[in-house]
Design a protein around this ligand. Sequence first.
Ligand SMILES: *Cc1c(COP(=O)(O)O)cnc(C)c1O
Length: 371
Amino acid sequence: MPDQNIPHPIPVPSVEAIDFPALPLMPEAGGRPSGDLARLNLNEAPMSPSPLALAAAQEALADSHRYPDHHAGALAGTIAARTGITADRIVFGNGSGELLVQCAQVALDRGDEAVMPDPTFPTCGKGVQMTGAHIVKVPLRPDGANDVAAMLSAITPRTRLLYLCTPNNPTGNLLGEAELERAIREVPATCLLVIDEAYFEFAGGGGEPDTLTLLRSRTGPWVVTRTFSKAYCMAGLRVGYALCSDEGLKRGFSRIRHNFNVSRPSLAAARAAFEDEAYMRAAVAETVARREQLRAGLERLGFAVLPSFANFLTVRFNGSAAALAQALHGQGIAVQALGWPDANGSLRITIGAAEENERVLAAIENQLEAA
Ligand SMILES: *Cc1c(COP(=O)(O)O)cnc(C)c1O
């Protein structure tokens, strides 16, 4: 019997102390997303997955009485063929968010430190807190990119993880080749370099750095995480992957990974989606074209729009972003308000369908006129 006199609150204090933003409540009547709400707050794709992915998922569904292939051999082989990273260095997660938590678990002990940009995608930081390590937050550059020089200066002998997010969520800007190269060279070999490339597919084509090629010169451990949730339009299927510097690191992930963590239909859909590169490229091109239209519209309304290499725009104006987000919510448009970079904050607006873009522009214009 446990001694009832020793207080042991449940949840335990270390769990209560985890500082993690709550996800918005978006009720789905009948279990389907409502068509009335413009969901421009989660960086989802407005278009459905590739028809080939849907067909593959449908076919796999029939075998659902069998556990999925834990090693995801077929999908790993497909990804290995294109990335040049062999299957014994690829790990799969229920979304790349799961892998970002595992990055912290693989690299950190209680009392260690993890250097992260601020603001950034919160999930790796959640993993850091779960290990009892400390987050060292380094402010972003004013243009919304990670500040590599400042992050390198924040490294101490206790630093065991450095997280880069490029393009950074929630700001959209990416790291140039020189900065990425510097991080790869100067982050100590005693430290896991995590590079979150959730928007990798949106950034292609403009002379952006090739992370995997640059990483060939790194002596220390590294992980690059990517996802099927954004460019592949499969957020609801939950598949992400991590490319690892070496097999030993992958074995570390394998120890903490839950068995059969990615479902059979999801694995099948991901493989088909990855092979249907034309569909993904078309979805990205459409999103980028609409992003630039929205940028022009918002600039016309006097907004300052940050550089974006992703499927969202982060914008500022001379007023409270939180109040504007609230007003838009009242009109059935969900956007994300950020407490960055100053008291006015900024808005992160996902690039939705063409009519959603028009709707959000018109609603913002109305609000500014009413104000
Ligand atoms: C969306 C996103 C992810 C992961 O999403 P999953 O759906 O869990 O794969 C990871 N990092 C960033 C920066 C993101 O924006």
